[in-house]
Design a protein around this ligand. Sequence first.
Ligand code: NAD
Length: 460
Amino acid sequence: MPQISVIGAGSVVFTGRLIIDLCLTKSLYGYTVVLMDIDEKRLNTMYSLATRYIKEMNASFTIKKTMNRKEALTNADFVINTVKVGGYEPMEIERKIAEKYGYYRGIGDRVSDYYGGIGAYHQLNFFLDLARDVEDICPDAWLLQAANPVFEGTTLISRETKAKVVGICHGHFSYTEIVKALGLEIEDVDVTIAGFNHNIWLVNFLYRGENAYPFLDQWIQKEAEKYWNSSEFLNSPPWSVEQLSPAAVNMYKLYGLFPIGDTVRSASPWWYHTDLETKKKWFGPTGGFDSEIGWSIYLNQLKTMLDQLYAWSNSPEVALIKAYPPSFSGEQHIPFIDAIANNKEVQLQLNIPNNGAIDGIPNNVAVEIPTLINKSKDDRKKVNALRIGKLPKRLMLHVLVPRMLRMEQILQAFLEGDRKSLLLTIIEDHRTKSFEDASMLIDEQLGQSWNTEASKHYKQ
Ligand code: NAD
C-alpha cells in the first residue's frame, strides 16, 4: 500500500494534526504511515498516541516507527518534513548574543526565530540532505516541506535536487479572521492570496463577485479603533489578533494590499520592531508574536503541549478522541496527498517555483500561490499555479524584491560556504554599529558548540 513518511514526527505542531486529518480522510485508509524522529521519547509518544487515536476512530492505517531516516524513506510515496534541528534553545542563546551587539530580538528577518539560527544553516543543511536521500531512495515521492524556513527551503530543494517538492504553510487561512470581523458569509467570499511564504498579500478579495476591499476600508474607518480597545484584542494570544492589528492596517496603507497571516510579523517594516514599546503600539499589549513576551508565550505553549502529549501517552485509560476531538486541522498536507493519490481536483495554497505566475519574479524562486491540483497522468504536471500577473510596484520594490534578495543571499552564502556573504547580509541590517561589531557577532555565534560544523562550512 502507499506510504506516507513523517520526518521529524516528534513535532509538537504537526504530527497530531496530521493523524487526525488522516483519520478523517477515508479515501486514504489502508495507507502505511511511517513516523521517524531522532528523539526516541518523542517518537514513542507520537507512535503510541497515533496508534490509539486510529483505533479509537476505527480508522485503518498501518503505523510504523523508526529512528533511521533511510528506512523511513524506503517505499515512501509522500515525505513530510517537520524537522527543527536542535530545537529552539540554541536560537535563544544566539538571540542573546546578538542583543549584546545591539540587535534587539536577534539577527534574521523581522522574525529572527524561524531561520533556525545563523544563516539558517542547520535547517537548510538538513533539507538538502533529506531531499538528496529522497532523490536516491524514493525518487517518485512528493516531498512536503513544512519546516521553516519554507521560502528558502522550497527554493533550495527545487533548484538543487530533482525531488518533487511543495512548501506548505497554514498562514494564509488567517484571511478568514478578516471575513469574520467584516461579518461576511465565508461561502460567498473568494480570495486570491500571493507572494512568498510569510510574505503573502490579499491580491483579490471578492464578496458575491464584487470587490470587498471597500468593506475592509469601512471597517478600518469605523471599527478598527474599537476592536483595538476590545478585550478580545487586548487579552488574546498575539497570533490570534495580529491579522487585524494596527501593524496590518498600516502595512495595507503603506503597500496597497492587505498582508495575510505571518506576513504581519515577518514582512512588517523594521521601524515597528525597534523595541518592546514600539512593538506594543503596532501589535498589541504583548508586542506581537516575536516580542520577548509573545515568543515566550509561544515557547511555553509548545512545552505545555508536549507535556500534555507525554501525559496522555502514559495514561492509556484517557479517551483521546474526547481529549482531542476529531475535526480537520486546516493543514493542507493530507488534502494535498489525497488529491494527488486519488486524482482529485482541488485548489490549495502552495509554495512552488514561480514559473511565470507572478510578474517580475524569476521562474526558479518559490512563490506561495493558489495552486490547482489536476488529474494529469504525469505527476509533475498535476501541480499548477494560478497566474497572478502584476503586483503593485511599491509592494514589489519595497517588500517582495528585498525579501527575495535576502533569500538569495542566504542561499548563496549557504551553498558556497561564504562567510563574507553572511557578514555582508548582517552588516546591511540598520542596527549594525560597525563592521568590526558585525564580524565579532558572527564569530561569536559560529563559535557556539552547536555551530562547530557551521563554522567550518562558512569559510573565512
Ligand atoms: P519541534 O521541535 O516540536 O519538532 C521538531 C522535531 O524534529 C523534533 O521531534 C525533533 O526531535 C525532530 N528532529 C530534529 N532533528 C532531526 C533529525 N535530524 N531527523 C529527524 N528528526 C529530527 O518543532 P515544531 O514546533 O513542531 O516545528 C517544526 C517545524 O515546523 C519548525 O521548522 C517550525 O518553524 C515549522 N512550522 C511550520 C509551520 C507551517 O505552517 N509551515 C507552522 C508552525 C511551525
